[in-house]
Design a binder for this molecule. Structure first.
Ligand code: MIC
Ligand code: SF4
Length: 657
């Protein structure tokens, strides 16, 4: 039986388990990436492991999220990350050099290798044929220390691409189409693999847009073959030596196949406030727009920005539109500065933002009340932009540029009729301007031994979890519905700078559910913790969607939360819960969710024994009002981690033994 590419790469890296869908496997990790918002915790935990230099082929630490620098926190983080990277054998991409995924694709990604990143959009590397997986910082720290990464061997969903995109239809429309089919929920345990004759018509940056936003499906990763397009891209990056052709076997069998004819696609938009709330741009055309932003790791490549510049050249954006551009990397910025396209954008009225995540993670540029904001990003969760009740639409650069001109949501295919604009076919350059001066190599071992790590006062080593009790007595601190995102659990935006101080950051856990004048989630949790009562969170389906931020487990753990009972929990978040010793429990009967009320006290007798050897626990309401069965969907290793009081303790115990 022919094998998909994803399974071939997994097989080449397999160190534990059997390569069969659903089995627990361990794989060797060749490269890691961390970014500053998850990186400080990852490196603090890494340092606690006491392993010295990283044991991967390559590890890179990026600064791209926390760059607003209101107060000393961000710069303290940057200095810590720069010095700890130098000492630990890690490359350091300085603030201003670009968004981790874009820079990694340009400068480091390699087909056939494995990449583990402490950011959910790490699958961007799938655009170059690399098996790239997002994880919590603790898992990445363990991989930097040479440990394997453990996951459920995924099923493979083949997407057969045929045809070719029409003018003005973009890679973004391909992934939006897939999101409209698969939605953001129910896809845990799958890899999406693209194949078919349409693949060769897509450039590496287009493929990277598709694999990047594959994260919104909730799948383990997405991957494209490595072919002539890949070779051309790597050659233009002066890295042809990193090229190798890779593809699935011709007779590869997929667990499911979806057909997408690229010729049939049209411009699409994800409407507020979920990436899978997809409609055609035609259906929503005419809606007034007050803000347009081009950027984020999804759509800020050279070709994306050249397309926008070509549309806007010699024109002005609508006077009621705030228009901003955040180039994905310094390389992209340099290219556009040198070839004049940046001047075209500036003349058209663009506000040029830093090469960073910026507005995508609520670091400025929040829209006004009631204003529609069109963004080329990958997430439009409610409030993520920094404005309560925001109306964020996710679109392609083509649709964004067209709408910036008219001030209304506009199908870019109308640009010819409206402005006489012909489709500007953007070709990738034969050579990018390569300048790696802002990527600092690590120190030699001898130099590293003498080097000091700079640790500012705002950087606090996180608490480690305590052991779970034999019998758990807990109160339901919060009952929430379906699709709670990690942005809901742990908001970013103005709170992002608190990432390196768990005690401070924990004050805003579940902030969006706090009501004015009432005790916050954090206050209620700490009150219970003082009384020796654990916190429990009850949730619906797809709990913990979105980002990889382990603070969504670490901060609740700090507040005394010991269990999450949900109808379903997303992959990365579930791993983070286990790593920080919060027990993930799934309802055996989803209907039992309805019986639980907020503030109910629940008792789980024999919790430790169940974690050791059972697939279920019995959960009783304290006064006997009801009881129900919860499933423990855990691998043997998950069980050992929970019984060891979390991944750090587990790792330390293993290295002692
Ligand atoms: C995001 O897009 O939500 C982030 C911010 O990049 C996160 C990581 C984080 O919260 O630091 C992600 O995608 O994992
Ligand atoms: Fe940064 Fe946004 Fe990409 Fe997350 S999704 S890495 S915040 S640009």
């Amino acid at each position: 039986m022919g094998r998909p590419l994803a399974h071939k790469i997994l097989e080449n890296h397999l160190v534990a388990g059997r390569l069969a869908a659903g089995e627990q496997i361990g794989i060797r990790i060749d490269q890691t990436l961390t970014q500053d918002a998850t990186g400080t915790t990852a490196f603090l935990l890494y340092e606690s492991m006491g392993v010295g230099r990283v044991r991967t082929d390559l590890s890179v630490s990026y600064i791209d999220h926390n760059m607003s620098q209101f107060g000393p926190e961000n710069h303290n983080d940057h200095l810590y990350l720069q010095t700890v990277a130098a000492k630990s054998g890690v490359y350091h991409s300085r603030a201003g050099n670009g968004i981790c995924h874009q820079v990694h694709l340009e400068r480091f990604g390699k087909g056939g290798a494995t990449l583990l990143g402490s950011d959910s959009h790490t699958p961007t590397g799938g655009g170059i044929g690399m098996l790239s997986i997002g994880a919590g910082g603790m898992d990445v720290a363990a991989a930097m220390a040479g440990g394997a990464f453990y996951l459920t061997c995924p099923k493979v969903l083949g997407v057969n691409l045929t045809g070719q995109l029409n003018d003005w239809v973009a890679a973004k429309d391909v992934i939006l189409k897939l999101l409209s089919i698969l939605t953001t929920k129910g896809n845990v345990g799958w890899v999406v693999e693209y194949f078919g004759p349409g693949v060769e018509t897509l450039s590496v940056p287009q493929r990277a847009t598709i694999t990047n936003m594959g994260a919104e499906l909730g799948v383990t990763t997405s991957i494209f073959p490595s072919d002539e397009q890949t070779r051309r891209f790597l050659a233009a990056q002066k890295r042809e030596k990193d090229y190798q052709p890779l593809a699935a076997d011709a007779d590869a069998e997929y667990d499911r196949v979806i057909e997408i004819d690229l010729c049939e696609l049209e411009p699409l938009a994800a409407c507020p406030s979920s990436p899978d709330n997809v409609r055609t741009v035609g259906e929503i055309a005419g809606t007034e727009v007050g803000q347009v932003v081009i950027g984020s790791c999804t759509n800020s490549s050279y070709a994306d920005l050249m397309m926008v510049a070509a549309v806007l050249k010699g024109r002005k954006v609508n006077s009621m539109v705030e228009f901003a551009v955040a180039p994905g990397s310094r390389e992209v910025l340099n290219m556009l500065a040198r070839n004049g396209a940046m001047a075209d954008l500036i003349s058209a009225g663009a506000r040029i933002l830093e090469s960073a995540c910026g507005p995508c993670i609520g670091q400025g540029f929040s829209p006004a009340d009631g204003v529609v904001s069109l963004r080329t990003f990958n997430r439009n969760f409610a409030g993520r932009s920094g404005t309560k009740g925001d109306q964020v639409y996710l679109v392609s650069p083509e649709t964004a540029a067209a709408s910036a001109l008219t001030g209304r949501i506009t199908d870019p295919r109308e640009l010819g009729r409206l402005f006489g604009i012909e489709y500007p076919k953007v070709e990738l350059p034969d050579e990018f301007i390569i300048n790696d001066d802002m990527i600092e190599p690590p120190l030699s071992e001898a130099e590293a031994a003498k080097a000091e790590v700079v640790r500012g006062a705002t950087i606090v080593v996180p608490e480690v979890p305590t052991a779970l009790p034999e019998n758990l007595r807990g109160a339901v601190l919060l009952k929430v519905g379906d699709r709670i995102t990690t942005d809901d659990i742990m908001p970013a935006g103005v709170f992002l700078k608190l990432r390196s101080n768990v005690g401070e950051y924990a004050k805003v856990v579940f902030n969006c559910f706090n009501e004015e004048g009432k005790a916050t989630f954090a206050q209620r949790a700490l009150e219970l913790k003082k009384k020796g009562v654990a916190g429990i969170v009850v949730a619906g389906q797809s709990y913990g969607q979105g980002s990889s931020r382990e603070h969504a487990a670490l901060c609740p753990m700090y507040l005394g939360v010991r269990a999450v009972i949900a109808k379903g929990i997303e992959r990365i978040h579930k791993a983070n819960l286990i790593n920080f010793c919060i027990v993930p429990i799934e309802f055996a009967e989803p209907g039992d969710y309805d019986r639980i009320g907020q503030d109910d006290e629940l008792i789980i007798e024999g919790l430790l024994a169940a974690i050791e050897s059972s697939e279920q626990v019995k959960v009783k309401e304290k006064t006997g009002k009801y009881e129900f069965v919860g499933k423990l969907v855990l691998s043997q290793r998950d069980r050992e981690i929970l019984l060891s009081a979390g991944l750090l303790n587990y790792t330390l115990k293993k290295s002692d033994g």
